[in-house]
Write a protein that binds this ligand. Structure first.
Ligand SMILES: Nc1ncnc2c1ncn2[C@@H]1O[C@H](COP(=O)(O)OP(=O)(O)OP(=O)(O)O)[C@@H](O)[C@H]1O
Ligand SMILES: [Mg+2]
Length: 256
């Protein structure tokens, strides 16, 4: 999330601000590891006051802006998608506890109305800064702060918004979306639902930004100004709506 400067590495461990439900997140990371997903930090404990947590440091490279070209290749994206699928396979074998106070702002808005069988614990923040790469391929996900119940497709949609430039500036956007869908192994039904889900995720992300800006958050005010203000959001959302049909057709074309 936005703990600028508060994440400290000490040798093999990382110390960072802890979420109020950090013990639940640590149990989740342990359960994922027990279910065979080893591509996440090892949880090492929460401080007595509950304000800091310790995690194992994952060796590798994390792309930070301006993102290096190796992080923006189709190969890198394919590996992120495949790793997300692995995370979801493991997550699908675990129960979803709806009584936990999961962060809701950027979570799947449909989770509340869906049966447990449709939900997993999504990561919800698969941005480049939260992926550790080794040899140009995704090796682990970090920063599980936004984990919350949702449809697997929601996690794919939020990842798409981070890894594919969806505003008409990238002529390869349709191809990149297809790389993500194929790398993950989306079903035809999921492919048909991806664009509407991305549009819903864009709405949720915009509402989140609007609230932070209204509250005067310096980080979000600066990010908004640096990235072209509300006009940029308008263009992104208009482009998604205008290209929904063509992008969906490309996702479904000859899909297995
Ligand atoms: N377990 C880890 N292994 C390797 N690197 C890590 C680990 N945890 C954090 N980092 C590094 O620290 C950065 C920030 O950590 P993290 O994503 O956990 O927190 P954040 O709340 O997003 O912080 P920030 O706002 O500073 O990005 C990551 O982008 C990554 O480079
Ligand atoms: Mg992060």
């Amino acid at each position: 999330m936005t703990h600028v400067g508060a994440v400290v590495r000490r040798g093999d461990t990382v110390e960072r601000p802890a979420q109020p439900h950090a013990p639940v997140l640590h149990a989740h990371l342990r359960a994922l590891a027990a279910a065979g997903f080893d591509a996440a930090p090892t949880p090492l404990g929460v401080s007595e006051d509950g304000l800091r947590e310790r995690l194992g440091h994952v060796p590798g490279e994390v792309p930070l802006p301006p993102f290096p070209s190796w992080a923006l290749t189709d190969e890198a994206l394919r590996s992120v998608a495949a790793l997300l699928r692995r995370l979801h396979r493991a997550s699908a074998s675990l129960p979803v506890d709806r009584t936990v106070h999961w962060p809701a702002e950027l979570a799947d808005p449909e989770a509340g109305s869906l049966p447990d069988s449709a939900l997993i614990l999504c990561h919800n923040d698969i941005c480049p800064e939260n992926v550790v790469f080794r040899g140009g391929r995704a090796a682990a996900f970090i920063d599980f702060d936004l984990t919350a119940p949702g449809r697997p497709l929601w996690d794919v949609a939020t990842a798409a918004r981070y890894w594919v430039r969806l505003s008409g500036e990238d002529p390869g956007a349709a191809r990149r979306l297809r790389v993500l869908a194929d790398g993950y192994g989306l079903t035809a039904q999921e492919r048909a639902g991806l664009l509407p889900t991305i549009e819903r995720a864009a709405k949720a992300a915009r509402a989140f930004t609007e609230r932070r800006v209204r509250d005067g958050s310096p980080v979000h005010l600066r990010a908004l100004a640096d990235r072209g203000g509300w006009e940029r959001w308008d263009r992104h959302q208009a482009w998604l709506a205008a290209n929904r049909a063509a992008l969906t057709e490309r996702l479904l074309r000859d899909a297995r």
